[in-house]
Design a protein around this ligand. Structure first.
Ligand code: NAD
Length: 496
């Protein structure tokens, strides 16, 4: 009998008011059931928000350094449980253990960064234009924040949102991805163990169209932070615009790696394999386009295809596995639909392009690492996010063409260039229209203490991580103190 997991609301583990449940299965072996989780509805969200408002009243009065101390203890517990969480994460999400360990490490880094921020949370004191008057700004928490997270970074992304939100003094309601609910459950257990007052955190499991939507539409949740697809982000954006909510959107990508004719091809090969097929291509920063200079095109594509062919598919918890499964059957069917589109667009599938054969992988959502050649700018294979282990190769004649191709998509998350020409590398940093550019490294590899996010259809101008996210989760208040004992009129009395 599968284990039953509950929501965390009002300081208690509770069954959903909806009375409904869903099953969470291992994508590498669907016979392995991790447990049943609440399929919550608007009534569960209502209870969570009510409790979170009480939590907010308490938590906003807790000094920020003390809030930071709780997060430091959270970091310590994540360190102690890194292996256990990584194992649980691979079991429900599929990516290999090295990657899920990295996912936990990102949570640890985010916790320790947040802990120190509790002793900063800087405001400003600036000179007043009048005598005997102080002028200053400081940060205030905003209230109950609603967090909605995707499946591909089951621990890191919830921590990117939760830790700065909590450090700033807000209470949290999180609706984790229905594909990876177990990892957030383990994280909430740690927050409670670290001493977070229970009503400050609520976790409501369920589907996007029901629980997620109810959270976004709740009038007493003034802040929403969402990471997921651009289509879902658009729906959420409409609601938040209408209700005047503060909203952070981190959405899709179609990231490119550029390989110039002077690149170190062995280095670029390691980079593209990791960038395109790590996490089975299910990263927002995945390398899904490879833009190659014509002079090295044929040689490099041959190298990539041969290496991709040699990657071993399997359960991410086994040592020899290079590439795990896709998250579910719908994701695999989507990749297969794009193989049909590649055919319609007259493209050559150099390697992969189908499910693996044989019984060993028969119970999981596996798809072979795929390289598609001959892709031209504007084709659907070049423009649309596939979110699977598929690399579209585009041949270019010059650096200028490469930049044009990189910038010619709707998205703008990450880009990368391999070159040994230092001038060209610096020009690329300026020319590539993305939130992140890597030089001689793949399109993935963000660090927790720098801002993370993209331009164009990838985001709405906010950033996660680093110092900028603290602006998102706090409101600036300005105070003036006049100790002159007389009425001093700004803009008037100082210019007499
Ligand atoms: P998704 O959009 O299907 O779901 C994301 C979350 O939104 C889930 O928790 C889901 O339940 C919820 N949701 C769905 N419909 C909703 C609605 N109407 N109202 C409220 N919530 C709703 O995305 P996914 O498949 O989990 O993740 C993959 C996508 O996420 C990709 O497009 C990827 O590029 C993107 N992503 C972006 C970043 C980034 O930082 N830019 C990071 C990771 C993933």
């Amino acid at each position: 009998m599968a284990k039953t997991f509950k929501n965390f609301i009002n300081g208690e583990w509770v069954e959903p008011r909806s009375g409904a449940w869903f099953q969470n299965r291992n994508p590498a072996n669907t016979a392995d059931i991790i447990g049943r989780f609440p399929d919550s509805n608007a009534a569960d969200i209502e209870a969570a928000v009510r409790s979170a408002r009480r939590g907010f009243d308490l938590w906003r009065r807790t000094p920020a350094p003390a809030r930071g101390d709780v997060l430091r203890r959270v970091g310590d517990l994540l360190v102690a449980r890194k292996e256990k969480i990584a194992d649980a994460m691979t079991r429900e999400m599929g990516k290999v253990l090295a990657e899920t360990r990295g996912d936990v490490q990102e949570g640890i880094d985010t916790a320790y960064y947040a802990a120190t921020e509790g002793r900063r949370l800087f405001g400003h004191v600036v000179p007043s234009e009048l005598r005997q008057k102080w002028a200053m700004s400081y940060r205030r928490p905003m209230g109950v924040v609603g967090l909605i997270t995707p499946f591909n970074f089951p621990l890191a992304i919830p921590t990117w949102k939760m830790f700065p939100a909590l450090l700033c003094g807000n209470a949290v309601v999180i609706k984790p991805s229905e594909d990876v609910p177990h990892t957030t459950h383990l994280l909430v257990e740690i927050l409670l163990e670290a001493g977070l007052p229970p009503e400050v955190i609520q976790m409501v499991h369920g589907r996007g169209e029901t629980a997620g939507r109810a959270l976004v539409e709740h009038p007493q949740v003034p802040v929403i932070s969402f990471t997921g697809s651009t289509a879902t982000g658009a729906v959420i954006g409409e609601t938040c615009g209408r209700m005047h909510k503060r909203l952070s959107l981190e959405m899709g990508g179609k990231n490119a790696m550029i390989v110039m004719d002077d690149a170190d091809l062995d280095l670029a090969l390691d980079g593209v394999l990791w960038g395109a097929f790590g996490t089975t291509g299910q990263r927002c920063t995945a390398t899904s386009r490879l833009i190659v200079h014509r002079k090295v095109h044929d040689r490099f594509v041959r190298m990539v295809a041969e290496a991709a062919e040699g990657l071993r598919l399997g359960d991410g918890r086994q040592d020899k596995t290079d590439v795990g499964p896709l998250i579910h059957e719908d994701a695999r069917k989507k990749v297969e639909r794009y193989m049909g589109i590649a055919e319609e667009e007259g493209l050559e599938i150099v390697t992969g392009g189908k499910r693996p054969g044989g019984a060993r992988l028969g119970n999981g959502f596996f798809f072979r690492p795929t390289v598609v050649e001959g892709v031209r700018p504007g084709m659907r294979m070049e423009q649309e996010e596939i979110f699977g282990p598929v690399l579209s190769v585009i041949r270019v004649n010059s650096y200028e063409d490469a930049v044009k191709v990189n910038n010619g998509v709707a998205y703008g998350l990450s880009s990368s260039i391999y070159t040994t020409d230092v001038n060209r590398a610096f020009r690329a940093m300026e020319d590539l229209d993305n939130g992140i550019t890597y030089v001689n490294a793949p399109t993935i590899g963000a660090e927790a203490h720098l801002p993370f996010g993209g331009v164009k259809a990838t985001g709405n101008g906010h950033r996660e991580g680093g110092w900028e996210v603290y602006d998102f989760y706090s409101e600036t208040k300005v105070c003036y103190v006049d100790y002159s004992g007389t009425l001093q009129r700004a803009q008037i009395d100082n210019y007499d």
